[in-house]
Design a protein around this ligand. Sequence first.
Ligand code: NI
Length: 175
Amino acid sequence: MALLEILEYPDPRLRTVAAPVAKVDDAVRKLADDMLETMYAAPGIGLAATQVDVHQRLLVIDISEDRSDPLVLINPEIVTQSGTVKGDEGCLSVPEIYEAVERAECIRVKAINRAGESFELDAEGLLAVCIQHEMDHLEGKLFVDYLSEMKRQRLKKKLAKARKRDLGVTPQQAL
Ligand code: NI
């Protein structure tokens, strides 16, 4: 297994719309395993292939507390949805930022698992939110897109500052 690099906002590659996975083969299974390892190491509870610059419809999730319940969704589609819920979301591609986003409360999702079998899953609460967030990534959409323009500009500045801090560069040095 290997750790993959996670793209960070506002990287334009995060805007790519992912193509359906044509066949679940060993390469796809390896991608899922590498994505899980990358997600656990980050640490995060969900990761879409878009975030590791692979533009295929695949996402991984584990919302369990002891990180023992990996879920792989290939070519996921929302079949039905109901209710609305609004809660703070974060994203591995938008580090250190948490903002409230409105989502469907309950969803039924159809997808293919890592064995290549089709299945349906009913999700609510955090799992439902996480699936919707990751499916947005496959459309090239980020949770910050739901925020006002003013809030988004503030976030961009905050992220730029955080990056300079990480690089040990003072604002005066950065051009
Ligand atoms: Ni995300």
